[in-house]
Design a binder for this molecule. Structure first.
Ligand SMILES: Nc1ncnc2c1ncn2[C@@H]1O[C@H](COP(=O)(O)OP(=O)(O)O)[C@@H](O)[C@H]1O
Ligand SMILES: [Mg+2]
Length: 273
């Protein structure tokens, strides 16, 4: 809970103040100012983020790069509300998420954000389509609607015919496609990816990168992605470089190469994993 004044409903339920939405359709998808995050384990104190300003525009694909331990994962966790911050502001679609209660922030994350991790985090006993529909069912979507949305998400990543297969029956690239479908199923405002190609061989990694670029080009997917791979960074609209808890440099890769890749993937048949 945050320190805001709470009002009570007549039934005793707390009414939380929700910060106003400014203009949902204008401005950046996510914007952060002066983020500070300190880990204090009792014996040591790490200033993981030391005042980071960051934004992702609608439909933009941004890469965060930098040496191990510089704060990339921490930045993603703070921007996505997985982790609380010790200072600064994070605005998602014009709403300050740091001011939300934990419960509301969790709900906002479930509704408006998608996540892709290096390890797939798929439940082994569930089929591909069941893994994708699970978050919808948890959110209260009816079985039939959840199934149809999950199948359409699988279709978007070219895996429709694998819907009934469990993760163990899928290749690494296919599993990552399932996690991408799961990230898309809520039609999120933004998808966060932490080293999405980190566990894949280079051919499969290129495949996944092309798929993400295609989703961005076709459906305007907004993506914030941490990566070690310069090739992944080059395929993004913008690269943000971090060192020691700070953003030290920003670059826009050659427009020509990003545009060429987009043209290439728009004509690409997906699903041939
Ligand atoms: N839960 C935690 N507790 C304590 N220190 C942490 C925790 N998470 C990250 N750190 C520290 O914060 C710094 C940034 O970590 P991280 O964001 O994971 O870096 P990166 O993703 O760039 O490799 C590192 O020094 C790391 O050891
Ligand atoms: Mg990391």
């Amino acid at each position: 809970m945050n320190g805001e004044p709470a009002m009570m409903r007549s039934n005793g339920h707390r009414i939380e103040r929700i910060p106003p939405i400014l203009d949902v359709n204008a401005g950046p998808m996510i914007a952060a100012r002066g983020i500070v995050k300190t880990y204090d384990t009792g014996t040591s104190r790490v200033e993981a983020l030391r005042g980071v300003d960051f934004m992702v525009a609608r439909g933009e694909m941004v890469a965060v790069m930098g040496p191990s331990g510089c704060g990339k994962t921490t930045l993603l966790n703070c921007l996505s509300g997985l982790d609380g911050i010790d200072g600064g502001e994070v605005w998602l679609e014009g709403r300050d998420i740091a001011k939300l209660s934990d419960r509301r922030r969790t709900a906002m994350r479930a509704m408006r954000m998608g996540f892709i991790f290096q390890t797939y985090n798929l439940l082994p006993v569930l089929s591909a389509v069941e893994n994708i529909e699970l978050p919808l069912l948890v959110a209260g979507v009816r079985q039939k609607a959840a199934r149809s949305r999950a199948l359409s998400a699988l279709d978007r990543v070219g895996l429709l015919e694998w819907a009934g297969h469990r993760p163990a029956e899928l290749s690494g690239g296919q599993r990552q496609r399932v996690t991408i479908a799961r990230a898309l199923v809520n039609e999120p405002a933004i998808v966060w990816a932490d080293e999405p190609t980190g566990a894949l061989d280079s051919t499969t990694a290129t495949d996944i990168l092309h798929l993400l670029r295609k989703l961005n080009a076709q459906a305007g997917l907004t993506l914030g992605m941490v990566t070690h791979d310069p090739g992944v960074g080059e395929a993004c609209d913008r690269i943000v470089h971090m060192r020691d808890g700070l953003i030290v440099e920003e670059e826009r890769p050659e427009m020509a190469s990003a545009r060429q890749l987009t043209t290439q993937v728009m004509g690409m048949a997906i699903g041939n994993d």
